[in-house]
Design a protein around this ligand. Structure first.
Ligand code: AMP
Ligand code: GLY
Length: 429
């Protein structure tokens, strides 16, 4: 088969790596790709939002399956464009990708179908939002409705902060039109878990769990980022919690989308918070998570192409989705200053060391070729992932592997997965 992957980050690198393992695949293209993806795929200079060009390319190269990695093209309707051209594509249509594209939509869906989530109100008018906040309980959470690179969520501790938040989201349009509608949500506490799943419209099969670390600095301090590191599985996501989520969250969400005439095929990423009142949905995404994918896919035993084809064909119930009984940790190597201001263009060395070690991966997020060298080209540069028999070992391995890489202004968190060690220690290990 010939495969086209759309996207250019660490997630797409992990997808490309997984696709390359499939015995069904002869050739991989990636648009636009990056310097790491180029090892597995021929990168083509077409942007992820250039739907017509992507479809024309898929036709010209007789691509058998296109995999959309990113949220923007999905929410923008790339799948509909491909389907109209008779092309086979993995991902939700526009009317289903709204599950991620509009937080107001997803909150209303959860309310209508009794799916556990934080209490909320949606607002289109800043004055009304401000009036509501006067009597609200703090802290409170403000969310721009649309896509905002994972940054459209403000946790406000006081009324003053919330007023500023309303101003920046709804009036100053800090997140552009994503802020035309704003969700005001009850603040929840608990541990976060990411559960990614394959969905064929009717059946949902979850992958192994993971946890992200969104803040820039150790101890969950600093600004929110796209994700500074992940581990999988999450020891906090117990069998009992999984069963609860299957019954009250995963299947009900897929059924709800179907009942709404928005059949969902592709990936649903359930962002969960394990609260005292049980697991609740923080957010849905309509694609693989990043960097969650970088710890989940290396542990997947099943052939990714077989699973994706089953999602498209509505035969996911026949797939036995399997994962290794081990663990993985990913530490993101970023450019110092991310997510605010950082320099790019520094040569990266040490990448080849990964080729000599099984169970170690270096997924590229922001890199490019320059004068025959690989240089930094983004805030998040690389995702260093290592497997291990258990989380403790995977964590040790991942941090050892971060030492193999050098580039100017290299920055990372030093406590990715530390919560695991703390949990294990508290349990006497
Ligand atoms: P989201 O993009 O909706 O996942 O939000 C980004 C991050 O904000 C989440 O990963 C949480 O850490 C935090 N967050 C979002 N909603 C809430 C909430 N209702 N209560 C507490 N924290 C939240
Ligand atoms: N890691 C969170 C996300 O992919 O949205």
């Amino acid at each position: 088969m010939k495969i086209l992957i759309v996207g250019s980050g660490g997630r797409e690198h992990a997808i490309a790596w997984s696709v390359a393992k499939s015995s069904k695949v002869d050739k991989i293209y990636c648009a636009p790709g990056n310097a790491g993806i180029a090892e597995f795929a021929e990168c083509v200079e077409i942007g992820a939002m250039e739907f017509e060009k992507l479809a024309a390319f898929a036709k010209e190269k007789e691509i058998d399956l296109t995999i959309i990695g990113m949220d923007d093209p999905l929410v923008g309707g790339v799948v509909d464009v491909f389907e109209a051209e008779g092309l086979r594509v993995f991902g939700p249509r526009k009317n289903a990708a709204i599950l991620e594209g509009s937080k107001a939509f997803s909150k209303d869906l959860m309310r209508k179908y009794n799916i556990p989530t934080a209490g909320y109100e949606n607002f289109t008018d800043a004055e009304e939002a401000l009036a509501y906040l006067e009597n609200a309980k703090f802290p409170i959470v403000l969310k721009a409705d649309g896509l905002a690179l994972g940054k459209g969520v403000l946790i406000c501790n006081t009324l003053e902060e919330a007023k500023e938040g309303v101003k920046s989201i709804m009036l100053d349009k800090q997140f552009g039109s994503a802020g035309n509608v704003m969700v005001v949500e009850e603040f929840m506490t608990g541990r976060e878990v990411s559960v990614l799943s394959f969905v064929d419209g009717t059946t949902v099969k979850t992958m192994t769990s993971a946890q992200d670390h969104k803040r820039a600095k150790d101890g969950d301090q600093g600004l929110n980022t796209g994700g500074m590191g992940t581990f999988s599985p999450s020891p906090f996501y117990t069998k009992e919690i999984e069963e609860y989520c299957e019954k009250y969250i995963f299947q009900p969400t897929v059924d709800a989308m179907k009942a709404e005439g928005r059949e969902f095929k592709g990936i649903i990423f359930f962002g969960l918070m394990l609260t005292e009142d049980g697991p609740k949905v923080l957010e849905y995404n309509a694609r693989f998570g990043d960097p969650e994918t970088q710890v989940v896919l290396p542990r997947m035993k099943s052939d990714i192409i077989e699973v994706m084809e089953a999602c498209i064909d509505g035969t996911l119930d026949r797939i036995n989705l399997e994962f290794e009984d081990n663990a993985a940790v990913c530490v993101v190597l970023a450019s110092d200053g991310y997510p605010v201001k950082y320099d790019k263009g520094f040569e990266i060395s040490g990448l080849d060391t990964f080729k000599e070690h099984d169970g170690y991966y270096c997924f590229h997020a922001g890199t490019k070729f320059a004068d025959g060298k690989i240089v930094t080209n983004g805030g998040r540069v690389l995702g260093v992932t290592a497997e291990g028999a258990d989380l403790k070992e995977a964590r040790k391995n991942a941090y050892a592997a971060t030492e193999w890489i050098t580039f100017q202004n290299k920055y990372m968190r030093n406590d990715i997965g530390k919560a695991i060690d703390d949990k294990l220690a508290s349990e006497g290990f």
